[in-house]
Write a protein that binds this ligand. Structure first.
Ligand code: BES
Ligand code: ZN
Ligand code: ZN
Length: 494
């Protein structure tokens, strides 16, 4: 499902094969639903969040939403499209849902939900399915009867489409098998984004990275047949309102290295490139939305493998900034890659904000669950910007994991400046974050936030607007944050 269009027409004037109706707060007496009150009750539809029922003889699909908040409407819209995936309906129509006459935020959520929920990954299916919706037409007829500000609505729909497209673009990359998507592949995707002079791409190979003393990253990539790459993608509009650097962990496969993962834990590790892939999607969105923010994406694209040339527990690595790292576990490789890429990014660009996105720790998944991004850093400002953009604007969820000096001590090494793992079983997401903190310079200390996306990056069981597979975690949060910086306001709407 790729096309959502807004029509300046009433619902019954729009042609479609099926109509999607959201039942808000179990209110069966509302406009659009009233007529079907009895039949819905008879077949036991209770209007729970994301519950769907299709009345084929009426060509109507009903879906429940607990409230008319953005997150409930986003999830309900996604569930509706998913419920129609196996059907032969091609074109659907829907009304508009707003909770305030002047605020189109819920409309953005609705469009995003439709596009994200309708995502399919069929690259490896020998027969592509033609089932499921192809188009959705949204009417100006409004659930609450508010009068719509059409130009505002058009702008909102456009923003929703562009950010959802960026998320789905990332999902395609992350879902691609590790033998088809390796560091060079990420570099060529980055290059293919640079269609005009506003986007620029520079790729460093092993030789260039050796010159940059990126020995930690190079050690991780050494046993792979695919050479590691450092990708620097930059977007430079005229008169930018801020300069933002975003660093991504792009482990195209994480076998664990010599500290090999058990088989069950290795499956899905193609998704260890989620942070780096999110950076590609963010740059794509920023470019297509034409945001007045200078954005630099830095991706450490590496494959962590085993072999005679592999780096080892007991090795001591010298990172780009000269710090020495005792390797005690080759599966804690993401922080080694990021250490060097963070140093490189800070040397290249003095940013107003520095974010990194990484599927960094299983501990973050244990602590926060599969749905929530862990946000860490030294200073409250970038961390609170991320929390607000995520929880209030984007439809993603994020929680703060605070650093402390006691956990910091657990990273001490007897023989080097720092260990790549802590000496405690607990607080692993925070210790990984504090390890990264060792590679943040004075200028960027209060400008940096680390996003551990290990939980939500890969979806094993469909939830909300996220079907099975890669979710594109982090893209919507950072895009919303950048939109907010572009507006220069403290509270955003659509
Ligand atoms: N890529 C993993 C983290 C991960 C785990 C992401 C589960 C997504 C789902 C990372 O490189 C890793 O293996 N981390 C280790 C660190 C440990 C050795 C200190 C972990 O979390 O087990
Ligand atoms: Zn690992
Ligand atoms: Zn990893």
């Amino acid at each position: 499902m790729k096309i959502v269009k807004f029509y300046e027409k009433l619902l019954n004037e729009i042609e479609a094969d099926v109509e999607i109706i959201i039942v808000v707060a179990k209110n069966f007496d509302q406009r659009f639903v009233d007529e079907y009150h009895d039949i819905l009750q008879k077949i036991g539809f209770s209007g729970e969040q994301d519950e769907t029922v299709l009345l084929p003889e009426h060509n109507k699909l009903f879906v429940g939403a607990e409230s008319i908040s953005s997150s409930d409407i986003r999830s309900a819209s996604a569930s509706a499209v998913r419920a129609l995936l196996g059907t032969s309906y091609k074109i659907a129509k829907m009304a508009t849902y707003l909770n305030h006459p002047k605020c189109t935020a819920v409309l953005r959520a609705q469009v995003e939900g439709l596009l994200l929920g309708g995502y399919k990954f069929e690259k490896y299916k020998s027969k592509k399915s033609d089932k499921g919706l192809h188009k959705i037409r949204i009417s100006l007829e409004e659930y609450n009867g508010f009068e719509l500000d059409i130009p505002a609505v058009q702008r909102t729909v456009e923003k929703a489409i562009k950010s959802a497209e960026a998320v789905n673009f990332v999902r395609d990359i992350v879902n691609t098998a590790p033998d088809d998507c390796y560091p060079e592949t990420l570099a060529s995707i980055a290059n293919s984004l640079c269609k005009d002079s506003k986007l620029h791409c520079k790729v460093l190979g092993v030789k260039e990275m050796e010159k940059e003393n990126m020995n930690a990253l190079l050690a991780v990539g050494r046993a792979s047949r695919h050479e590691p790459k450092l990708i620097h993608l930059s977007y430079r509009p005229e008169n930018p309102k801020a300069v933002v650097s975003i660093v991504g962990k792009g482990l195209t496969y994480d076998s664990g290295g010599l500290s090999l993962k058990p088989s069950d834990f290795m499956v899905t590790m193609k998704a260890d490139k989620s942070g780096g892939s999110a950076v590609l999607g963010i740059l794509k969105a920023v470019y297509s939305l034409n945001l007045p923010i200078e954005v630099h994406g830095f991706i450490g694209a590496v494959e962590n493998m085993i072999g005679g040339d592999a780096y080892k527990p007991d090795d001591v690595l010298v990172a780009k900034n000269g710090k020495t790292i005792e390797v005690r576990n080759t599966d804690a490789e993401g922080r080694l890659v990021l250490a060097d890429v963070l140093c490189y990014a800070q040397e290249q660009v003095k940013a107003d904000y520095l974010f990194d996105l990484a599927t960094l720790t299983g501990a973050c998944v244990v602590g926060l669950g599969n749905y929530t991004i862990g946000v860490m850093g030294y200073n409250n400002e970038p961390v609170s910007q991320v929390l607000y953009a995520s929880n209030t604007l984007s439809g993603e969820m994020a929680a703060s994991l605070p650093f402390n000096r006691y956990l910091k001590k657990t990273l001490k090494s007897e023989i080097a400046d720092i260990c790549n793992i802590s000496n405690t079983r607990y607080g692993g997401a925070i210790t990984a974050g504090m390890f990264l903190g060792e590679f943040i310079d004075e200028h960027h200390k209060d400008k940096w936030a680390h996003l551990d996306i290990a939980g939500p990056a890969f979806v094993e069981h469909t939830w909300g607007e996220n079907p099975h597979g890669a979710s594109g975690a982090g893209v919507r949060t950072i895009v919303r944050l950048l939109e907010k910086l572009a507006r220069g306001d403290s509270h955003g709407s659509s």
